[in-house]
Write a protein that binds this ligand. Structure first.
Ligand SMILES: [Zn+2]
Ligand SMILES: [Zn+2]
Ligand SMILES: [Zn+2]
Length: 142
């Protein structure tokens, strides 16, 4: 008679180790990045590598190219200051894919919240002020 032991072994040996580790992750929330890191120094390294866009005029740092571009347009472009004085709209949407231009940073903020589901706690002033050293989030800390 043939032994059928093999039919029973290995059947229910599957380990159920799907427990998600709950350790505090360091998440980059600059722009739409959302990269996760297990320690603070790797996050800092990541920011220096991917989110260092420095304005040549005022040396402020921005989290991405788009924000640096908008900063220069809104704060160092004399043509835009003239336009603004004439009452023309110069405040472009944060998203390159959207061609909305607003008349003030305040109306742009509303546009971002309304049309693009940006959080109210987003640091909209980053376009003007840039990021401070060691800043890893574009959300206002509570
Ligand atoms: Zn990042
Ligand atoms: Zn600047
Ligand atoms: Zn938009």
């Amino acid at each position: 008679m043939k032994r059928t032991l093999d039919d029973f072994s290995d059947a229910s040996n599957e380990q159920k180790s799907t427990r998600i580790s709950n350790q505090a992750l360091f998440r980059c929330t600059l722009g739409a990045c959302k990269a996760d890191f297990t320690d603070h120094s790797s996050l800092n390294h990541h920011i220096l590598q991917y989110h260092t866009f420095i304005c040549q005029s005022c040396k402020k740092n921005f989290p991405n190219e788009r924000f640096l571009y908008l900063h220069i347009q809104e704060h160092h472009n004399p043509f835009n200051s003239i336009k603004e004085e004439r009452g023309e709209k110069i405040y472009q949407c944060f998203l390159e894919t959207c061609d909305k231009i607003c008349s003030s940073p305040q109306t742009r903020r509303l546009h971002m919240i309304d049309k693009h589901q940006y959080p109210k706690e987003f640091l909209y002033s980053v376009i003007k002020n840039g990021m401070s050293k060691g800043q890893t989030s574009l959300l206002k800390s509570r």
